[in-house]
Write a protein of this length. Structure first.
Length: 219
């Protein structure tokens, strides 16, 4: 439309166009942040409460046999946001969850940096719980979040204080992998909304193909 006006009246309004685009971008960011930041505060608070709970001794805790409730609460809060955004503004779904997952990764790293040392049980538990979050939300893990999570795994590994009796680490790691796999299966329905289903992926590809056909027909 702007281009048509320029042609019709022999005008050049590039500066006005750039100003308008800048204003629109700033307004978009303001509105997006106004929605996302309060949600981020809540969900990061849930995560922080679980990691830095006074009841959790990361040095003395035994090998994990399950994932603690705070992680389910964190993820279920995101399920609620997924439902809300999907019904009200579906095109903003990926952008919203990408931003929240980045904030969660940053918060997890900040919290675990406050843990001075991990026993073997604590190291395994931290790895299990963060990996469960990572795998469940993998569809929304941006490159930035992936780098943060990689730093987090390194932090946990480096802070592991090996003690006499910490033998058979590989056996314990295999046990953690089984717990992770079992939990992923058990929560598959609850967190189904985070998965990129074959039907959804096929539908998206089909839509792209239709758009290409329309463009080719109009060419």
């Amino acid at each position: 439309m702007v281009t048509q006006l320029e042609t019709a009246f022999n005008l050049t309004i590039e500066a006005d166009r750039q100003t308008l685009m800048t204003v629109v971008a700033e307004l978009d960011k303001t509105l997006f942040d106004a929605y996302v930041k309060p949600k981020s505060t809540v969900v990061c608070g849930i995560l922080r409460g679980g990691i830095l709970s006074p009841a959790m001794d990361w040095y003395e805790t035994p090998q994990p046999s399950e994932i603690r409730p705070y992680m389910y609460e964190t993820l279920m809060y995101l399920v609620g946001i997924h439902a809300q955004v999907s019904s009200a503004a579906a095109p903003l779904l990926d952008r919203t969850l990408n931003a929240l997952v980045e904030d969660l990764a940053d918060e997890a790293l900040r919290c675990f940096r406050q843990v001075k040392r991990f026993g073997m049980g604590g190291m395994l538990r931290a790895t299990l719980e963060i990996e469960f979050m990572h795998q469940t939300l993998s569809r929304y893990v941006t490159p930035s979040a992936a780098r943060t999570l990689a730093d987090l795994y390194n932090k946990i590994s480096q802070a592991y204080a090996r003690r006499p009796g910490d033998e058979n680490l590989q056996s314990h790691l295999d046990g953690v992998k089984r717990t992770l796999a079992d939990t992923r299966r058990a929560t598959g329905i609850a967190f189904l909304c985070f998965r990129q289903t074959k039907e959804r992926a096929t539908g998206a590809k089909g839509g792209e193909a239709k758009e290409r056909k329309k463009r080719d027909a109009g060419a």
